[in-house]
Design a protein around this ligand. Structure first.
Ligand code: PHE
Length: 527
């Protein structure tokens, strides 16, 4: 094909050229080429009109098509006519089983219903037999208008205009539609006329201007493919944020709106000291067992923050209690056991981001000392990964993310804690909160936070919180009137609720659904 055009496209151009400016019906071209109309549209008309070789004017037709039931009646007569013909051929009244045997129960039932309504057939109630209606006989049968109309529609190609012309009026068509014998169907075809660039249509289309064309001057005679400014760009399949990252960003924004700054939490491996001891968690505490915590074999130990004055010694005193402990903690009896530095040195994967908070508070205490005892209040948060030696199931993994907020200031009270938590959760659309007493080794009092979840329409536990104990803060050297309120929650739980994830393994780990990550919408936290 020198022209580079498919035969079908060539045939369309021939037909349009031969019509000398008159519109050509796409249905006529499809018929003369012996192809279905849709094939003509998809393989020839769309391309030619994009090249401006043709102008397509849509024409819609209402056509009537017979249903399968309608088609059988067009051939065999309507059920009512079949029934009447059967009764006219028989002698005497016919029992229902008799008629069923001849016509089938389906045809008999519909036929009876229609024919009795028309008065074509009557039923003798006591004997339950059917007979022809008054004035009807084998020589005087009613005309089967339904079958006639169905035949007209079928033979006229279903064209509504043609049907009307041959007497199948609107009301008849509607009646057939109601009996589900025929339905209107709108089809779209085109009136085809020459386009502005029909002269170029048979020539190969240049898609770009090349150096060779400029050198040889062939660009002067070339036919260029028009730009398609309506074409959609390609989907760029790359750089999708993981669902947890989307939710994390929203929590980050909430904290930033509330004036919090983010702590440096880039430390998965932590010493037991910062994860537990600094938080006044005794060394016999079950959470420090290898059933709950991952211990590192290499490097197995860390150095303790001996450089931070006598901080380690003060932590030890707080744990051991006695006079030294009471002096450090302002009167606490401590746990009264022999605190082991070796145990505190053990490296672990941090079990909570409160280890990050502890490091930060100790730094604030050191800053206070450097500033001659002047404490600067702080509001800080972190959102990062923690690890627990958990039994894995649909809602638990051995690693997850914690969101943690902390406020340190003079004379904070439990009221401040509840207030700041209210503000925090209100920003997510949760304004009904309840607090339930709980226990953490490092906070007193400790409160579980429960919120009424409007989406789930029930109360759900949303976090854990408390006021850090003096046994934790005073060894750091924070001024005695400085109180620290803090709360924490997991990132996974709100993410699973928000994105309707049932199994945490679909959200995180090697079994995650990558397509879901690409499809998931951006996150707006309102529950
Ligand atoms: N560290 C607690 C946890 O892992 C959360 C918490 C943070 C509780 C701060 C009180 C204060 O669940």
């Amino acid at each position: 094909m020198a022209s580079g055009l498919a035969p079908l496209a060539s045939a369309v151009l021939d037909a349009v050229t031969a019509a000398g400016g008159e519109a050509v019906a796409s249905t006529d071209v499809a018929a003369s080429q012996g192809v279905p109309h849709s094939v003509l549209v998809d393989t020839a008309l769309k391309t030619l009109s994009a090249r401006e070789a043709l102008t397509l004017t849509p024409v819609s037709h209402e056509a009537w098509v017979l249903t399968a039931e309608g088609a059988t009646y067009a051939a065999a007569g309507s059920p009512e006519a079949q029934l009447v013909r059967h009764l006219a051929a028989a002698t005497g009244g016919q029992s229902l089983p008799n008629v069923d045997a001849a016509l089938g129960a389906g045809v008999r039932k519909i036929g009876m219903q229609q024919a009795m309504r028309l008065g074509w057939v009557v039923m003798d109630r006591p004997t339950k037999t059917l007979a022809l209606g008054a004035g009807l006989s084998a020589d005087a049968l009613p005309t089967d208008d339904v079958a006639a109309a169905l035949n007209t529609l079928r033979d006229g190609g279903g064209d509504a205009a043609a049907a009307a012309a041959t007497g199948v009026d609107e009301a008849t068509r509607k009646a057939l539609q109601k009996r589900k014998l025929a339905t209107p169907k709108t089809t779209k075809t085109f009136a085809i006329t020459p386009g502005a660039r029909i002269a170029d249509a048979r020539r190969p289309q240049a898609t770009e201007l090349s150096r060779e064309m400029l050198d040889s001057g062939s660009w002067r005679g070339a036919a260029f493919k028009p730009y398609n400014f309506a074409a959609k760009g390609k989907d760029v399949a790359g750089g999708h944020l993981h669902t947890l990252l989307k939710v994390r960003e929203q929590f980050r924004l909430i904290f930033l709106e509330m004036g919090f700054s983010e702590m440096d939490s880039a430390r998965y491996v932590e010493s037991s000291f910062w994860n537990f001891d600094a938080l006044f968690q005794p060394q016999q505490h079950p959470a420090r067992d290898e059933h709950d915590t991952f211990f590192l074999s290499s490097p197995a130990t860390a150095t303790l923050p001996e450089g931070a004055g006598d901080y380690v010694a003060r932590v030890k005193a707080a744990h051991c209690g006695g006079e030294a402990g009471a002096a450090v903690t302002g009167g606490s009896r401590g746990y009264r056991y022999a605190w082991s530095a070796a145990e505190a040195r053990k490296n672990i994967l941090r079990t909570h981001t409160t280890a990050v908070t502890a490091r930060m508070l100790q730094r604030l205490a050191a800053d206070t000392a450097s500033a001659g005892g002047v404490f600067t209040p702080a509001k800080m948060f972190s959102i990062d990964r923690v690890f627990r030696n958990e039994t894995l199931d649909a809602t638990h993994l051995a690693e997850f993310h914690q969101i943690e907020g902390m406020v340190a200031d003079h004379n904070l009270s439990l009221g401040h804690l509840k207030g700041v938590i209210h503000t925090f959760f209100k920003k997510m659309g949760m304004d009904r909160l309840r607090f339930k007493p709980t226990h953490n080794p490092y906070t007193e009092p400790s409160l579980e936070v429960h919120a009424f979840h409007p989406g789930l329409n029930k109360w759900v536990e949303v976090g854990n919180s408390g006021m850090f104990r003096p046994e934790m803060l005073l060894p750091m050297g924070l001024p005695p009137d400085v109180r620290v309120i803090a709360w924490g929650l997991s990132l996974e739980r709100p993410t699973m609720i928000k994105y309707g994830v049932q199994n945490i393994r679909d959200l995180f780990g090697h079994k995650i659904d990558l397509e879901a990550i690409q499809r998931n919408p951006i996150c707006r936290i309102t529950f």
